[in-house]
Design a protein. Structure first.
Length: 86
């Protein structure tokens, strides 16, 4: 469902999506496209956003795991050096 708030801001309620609503802000330099084109573009954006969020979450977890592993390794090396010299 498309609800025009103003000429340049359009609120779209996507079907079968995890989003409650999508707000599209149109550029003032362009002619406003027809409703079908707006709905198609919003569905495309709403459909690809969860994949992007999952990828971002996976990358964040990987970075955290690498940081934890490198911290554990450096701590083990320092304790081994201290144990050898003390």
């Amino acid at each position: 469902m498309i609800k025009g708030v103003t000429k340049s801001i359009i609120e779209i309620t996507p079907r079968n999506s995890c989003f409650e609503k999508v707000i599209v802000i149109l550029s003032s330099r362009c002619d406003p496209p027809d409703a079908a084109e707006i709905e198609r573009q919003a569905a495309l954006i709403a459909g690809t956003a969860p994949d992007h969020l999952l990828r971002q979450k996976r990358l964040s977890r990987l970075r955290t795991a690498v940081a934890a592993a490198s911290g554990a390794f450096s701590t083990a090396v320092l304790f081994a050096l201290l144990y050898m010299f003390v």
